[in-house]
Design a protein around this ligand. Structure first.
Ligand code: AHR
Length: 311
């Protein structure tokens, strides 16, 4: 799906507007919609010509969008890679045409680090660690005693946030809870509500004694809540839930007592991205990883925080 947004406003860079080709992952979650809105609004505000495409979570669509941006000769290409591997060929084509590439949100694995300039996005491994640390508080608050039997709803298989969140969570679990916590079942829900709902229903069938859910995003947690309720259990009580993102619907579920804690992942990357794009276009040096600042929220903070949530 392509959508070219012409610029309005002034470029503020001496008159020559920047043309930015942006290949988005898809529209799988509330986080993603907020990220798309942020990118579009910030490009408009900066006065850039934005060529935007939605890859519908398919790598081949992202590769053809990037190829089309190379053919069109855009100034800078930015993209949020659906999975980490398989980008070298197309990134080499961009490099051959001297078009700089900026990664946003998600990283790639590449044999040649010079194939992209920088990553603007979150530290997903740390988000996984933070999820494990906040789960300690949730367990203590709920007074859960005995074995902690965790179900994990993973993000899209092969995507940086799925790999790294699982890794960070496991790191804390292995180091500090080897004897009392166990991930008894773990499967992808593809970062979608429908995926979370379907996979959680299967988890409850195969492992009815699960007492914790770690969901890699709020949307999957919200889908899972429907299956937990359909199974006659209380989300947030019979099954403690920690998720990642902090979208409005996640905060609503938290204020209703159905999610116990949320680790924030900020999707509002547009302004930082436009800033970096301009610097890259002007040949300035930028940091290799521009990290996003974010916080953690327990259920008792949800109602007060809800009105000021921006996404
Ligand atoms: O890459 C960020 C992740 O992608 C978000 O946590 C998730 O909601 C989205 O789909």
């Amino acid at each position: 799906k392509e959508d070219d947004s012409a610029s309005s406003g002034s470029s503020g860079d001496g008159g020559k507007a920047i043309t930015l080709g942006f290949s988005q992952v898809g529209s799988e979650s509330g986080w993603r919609s907020a990220n798309t809105d942020s990118v579009k609004a910030a490009a408009k505000e900066a006065g850039y010509t934005l060529k935007f495409s939605d890859a519908q979570q398919k790598q081949e669509n992202q590769i053809s969008a990037i190829r089309s941006y190379i053919t069109q000769g855009v100034d800078v290409i930015a993209f949020s890679p659906v999975v980490v591997t398989g980008w070298d060929a197309v990134l080499k084509e961009a490099k051959a045409k001297k078009i700089p590439v900026v990664l946003t949100d998600r990283s790639v694995e590449t044999s040649d680090e010079s194939l992209y300039v920088t990553l603007v996005g979150s530290d997903f491994t740390d988000e996984g660690r933070r999820a494990a640390k906040i789960l300690e508080k949730v367990i203590a608050k709920a007074g859960l005693k005995g074995a902690v039997k965790i179900a994990q709803l993973e993000g899209t298989t092969g995507a940086a946030p799925a790999i790294e969140r699982a890794k960070g969570f496991k790191e804390i679990m292995d180091a500090e809870h080897a004897s009392d916590w166990k991930v008894v079942v773990s499967q992808t829900g593809d970062f979608t509500r429908a995926g979370g709902k379907q996979v959680m229903a299967a988890f409850l069938q195969s492992n009815p004694d699960i007492n914790v859910l770690f969901a890699h995003n709020d949307d999957m947690a919200i889908g899972a809540i429907q299956s937990i309720e359909a199974a006659g259990k209380k989300p947030g009580k019979d099954i403690l839930i920690v998720s990642i993102d902090g979208v409005k619907d996640g905060f609503v579920a938290m204020s209703e007592g159905k999610i116990n804690a949320i680790v924030e992942c900020n999707p509002l990357l547009g302004p930082q991205l436009m800033d970096v794009v301009k610097k890259v276009k002007n040949g300035e040096t930028v940091e290799r990883w521009i990290k996003t600042k974010e916080g953690d929220f327990m259920q008792d903070q949800a109602a007060a925080a809800l009105p000021s949530r921006k996404y």
